[in-house]
Design a protein around this ligand. Structure first.
Ligand code: SOE
Length: 402
């Protein structure tokens, strides 16, 4: 059988992470189909050629439309900024290509709806689509979901989730695309808040029905990156000659959500948590126990069993490196630890398996849309004095185990 031939559109930080996934998965896992890293696409011929050589893509190209039109491409992997997700994903699905799209699915609910609709239509013809909420595939997070589903914590009564980074504390940090609404859709909310929204829905199996939230932009103007000019360009007081641009997205998002079973969940997404580099944590509290995950200790899962005898009660640290734990058997012997990049291999495993089995992978575009609806409701709430706001039309969340 011919390998599944992949075209990756974009080659920034996520391009590097996805390339590692495409390269490693077929080597470490017994995949039902082989994979070929056929072509990477970027706007700049020189930098995309470098990326191809460095990460092992057979070819480099500069026109994604031409690549999508090729009949020797089976999968399109989208790792571009959010403003191009909808156009590329819909074109690829209509051309009959399976699609993996980075999170958040889109920059708006309207785009995400169009993408989910295109994905549903394409699925009728056996074309698969998946969103890159990669943290679902950290073995400890998958195990957390399995344990909640089998009743280890009982009825979920509260969730606390936070994703904290600090890369914007420096006011001299330039105005990158992630700080411009037209490119990124939103700021900390969509970029990292989307992960904890998806993780909460995935781990608990419960949708978020309504939210109340507040967004804040702490540094409102930043130096324009070298070589760029914008009509909103201004000179910052005191900074001689510094060309500045407006930050048009949030730096911090604080919100609460009501889950489908009535439980409350609290969320913090920030790029201003000084000292926190990429600190994602989630704790699920139930009437029989609690589970807690912290990305800075990603091979472990904390479990508190309230049903154990009092004298033995306390958080147990489960080392999630046994061959019986999700995904781990393909890697190293127990205790030899996995890292950030392994989730990207696991994502490839799940997508390729679904394509070979003829099933729909998760997270689906519908699940991506459900996250987009929560993001939109949080923005709406923040605009309206933090009032409780219903999340748009209910969409099934969670799906199959992974
Ligand atoms: C933002 O800094 C970011 O790169 C996110 O976009 C990724 O989704 C996350 O994995 C790490 O942080």
């Amino acid at each position: 059988m011919t390998p599944l031939r992949v075209a990756m559109i974009g080659h920034g930080f996520m391009g590097a992470a996805h390339s590692v996934g495409w390269r490693q998965a077929p080597r470490m896992f017994e995949l039902p189909r082989d994979v070929e890293m056929t072509v990477v696409v970027g706007r700049n011929a020189e930098t995309v050629a470098d990326a191809a050589a460095r990460w092992g893509w057979v070819e480099a190209a500069t026109d994604w439309r031409q690549v999508i039109a090729r009949d020797d491409i089976d999968i399109v992997d989208i790792v571009t900024p959010g403003d191009s997700h909808a156009e590329i994903a819909i074109a690829a699905l209509e051309a009959g290509k399976h699609v993996l799209c980075e999170k958040p699915l889109a920059n708006s609910v309207a785009e995400a709806e169009a993408m989910a609709q295109a994905a549903r239509r394409a699925a009728e013809g056996g074309v698969r689509s998946m969103v890159g909420f990669t943290y679902r595939r950290v073995p400890a997070v998958t195990l957390m979901r399995d344990l909640v589903a089998e009743g280890a914590v009982g009825r979920v009564q509260q969730v606390r989730a936070a994703y904290r980074q600090d890369w914007l504390v420096d006011p001299e940090m330039p105005l990158a695309w992630r700080l411009q609404k037209e490119h990124a859709g939103s700021g900390a909310l969509g970029d990292i808040g989307a992960h904890i929204i998806d993780m909460t829905q995935f781990v608990t199996g419960l949708g978020i029905d309504e939210v109340t939230g507040t967004l804040d932009t702490i540094v409102k103007q930043r130096p324009l990156p070298e070589g760029t000019r914008s009509p909103s360009l201004s000179k910052r007081e005191g900074a001689v000659g510094a060309a500045m641009g407006e930050v048009t997205v949030d730096d911090v998002a604080l919100f609460s959500g009501r889950l489908a079973n009535g439980a409350l969940a609290s969320f913090e997404a920030t790029r201003f948590a000084t000292g926190r580099k990429n600190a994602l944590s989630i704790e699920v509290s139930g009437d029989r126990g609690s589970l807690v995950f912290d990305l800075e200790d990603l091979n472990s899962l904390g479990f508190y069993d309230r049903t154990a005898p009092d004298i033995r009660q306390g958080f147990t640290k489960i080392l999630v490196t046994e061959a019986s734990h999700p995904y781990v058997a393909a890697w190293w012997p127990a205790g030899h630890m996995l890292g950030y990049e392994h989730g990207f291999s696991h994502q490839v495993v799940d997508l390729v398996t679904a394509i070979a089995d003829g099933t729909d992978p998760h997270p689906s575009f519908d699940e991506g849309l459900s996250v987009q609806q929560v993001l939109d409701a949080v923005e709406g709430s923040s605009r309206n004095g933090s009032t409780w706001t219903r999340v748009g039309a209910a969409v099934a969340v969670g799906g199959a185990r992974r």
